[in-house]
Every structure is written in structure tokens, then in C-alpha cells.
Design a protein around this ligand. Structure first.
Ligand code: IDP
Ligand code: MG
Length: 152
């Protein structure tokens, strides 16, 4: 299918510390998305700088790097029809106070600096970010037996 995409999701340190890994992965799975890569890791400063390259120089950047490197994150490669947009929609707006109810950030978050989850925002960003977190041998292509009940 032409519109099948793979995107990077990070469950940030607040999500891991708060015991919300299962809750957040469960929402992505229930949406119909498929996990093709998954790991727990501690992000170091070099990786944080590369991952958040687009935000270098912004006032919140030092705090963001401090936060994302402060404790482990769960990294997932998530595949599905239009997964980049669907993941972003499932996450909700960047600032939890503006995020709709029914979204991860709207239901589980309060503060923009503790917004639980990252999702790539474009095909270019997804391709780049996936290479930062996963080697090609760490992504698993597999057939899901319920596929025909999820996508037409
Ligand atoms: P996104 O995570 O929804 O894509 P971005 O604009 O890419 O949002 O910002 C990356 C991350 O930087 C956000 O998820 C949030 O953790 C943090 N951030 C963005 N804007 C602010 C801010 O104004 N104050 C504090 N942290 C911010
Ligand atoms: Mg972003």
C-alpha cells in the first residue's frame, strides 16, 4: 500500500517514570498501528542534539535536552496507513492544555515540558529520526494476521 508509513515514537522520560509506557503503546496498538521496532534506551546529549536539531537556539532547548536525557525513553518504530499523521493526532497538540481529550497529551499531560510523547512530523523527519534510533537490522517486517480487518 502506497500510503503505509513508518514513523518514530518516543515515550519520553516522564511517560516511562510515570508507568505510562503500556498505556501509550496500547493506544497506538488499538488505533490499528503496528509495532516494527521497540527498545528502551537512555538518550545521551549527542543523540538529543541530533534528534532535536530543528530546535537548537530556541529558549526551551537547554531544558528540553536536559529533560530528554534525564531518564530512559522507550523508542518505537510504528507502521501503518498514514502513520505519521495518525500518530500525531493520537498524541495531541504539543501543549497538553490545548490537546483534545481522547489524545495522549490531552488525557495524561498538563505541561508542555512534560508532554509524554514524541512523534515524527513529516516523512523526511521520520526517515531521519528512525535512523537515529534504530539500525536497519532492528526493524522487523512482519505480517499481521488481522490486517484485513484494520485496513481495506
Ligand atoms: P512536538 O513534540 O509536538 O512535535 P515541537 O514543536 O517539535 O513539538 O517541540 C519539541 C518538544 O519541545 C515538545 O514536544 C516539547 O517537549 C518541547 N517544547 C516545545 N515548545 C516548548 C515550549 O514553549 N516550552 C517548553 N518546551 C517546549
Ligand atoms: Mg516536533
Amino acid at each position: 500500500m502506497a500510503d503505509v508509513q513508518t514513523t518514530l515514537v518516543l515515550i519520553k522520560p516522564d511517560g516511562v517514570q510515570r508507568g505510562l509506557v503500556g498505556e501509550i503503546i496500547g493506544r497506538l496498538e488499538r488505533r490499528g498501528l503496528k509495532i516494527v521496532g521497540m527498545k528502551l534506551l537512555q538518550i545521551d546529549e549527542a543523540l538529543a542534539n541530533r534528534h532535536y536539531e530543528a530546535h537548537v537556539g530556541k529558549p526551551f532547548f537547554p531544558g528540553l535536552v536536559q529533560f530528554i536525557t534525564s531518564s530512559p525513553v522507550a523508542a518505537l518504530a510504528i507502521q501503518g496507513k498514514n502513520s505519521i499523521e495518525v500518530v500525531r493526532q493520537t498524541m495531541g497538540a504539543t501543549d497538553p492544555k490545548a490537546a483534545g481529550s481522547g489524545t495522549v497529551r490531552g488525557d495524561l499531560g498538563l505541561d508542555i515540558g512534560r508532554n509524554l510523547v514524541h512523534g515524527s512530523d513529516s516523512p523526511e523527519a521520520a526517515a531521519h529520526e528512525l535512523t537515529l534510533f534504530f539500525g536497519s537490522d532492528e526493524l522487523v517486517e512482519w505480517e499481521r494476521s488481522v490486517e484485513a480487518w484494520i485496513t481495506e
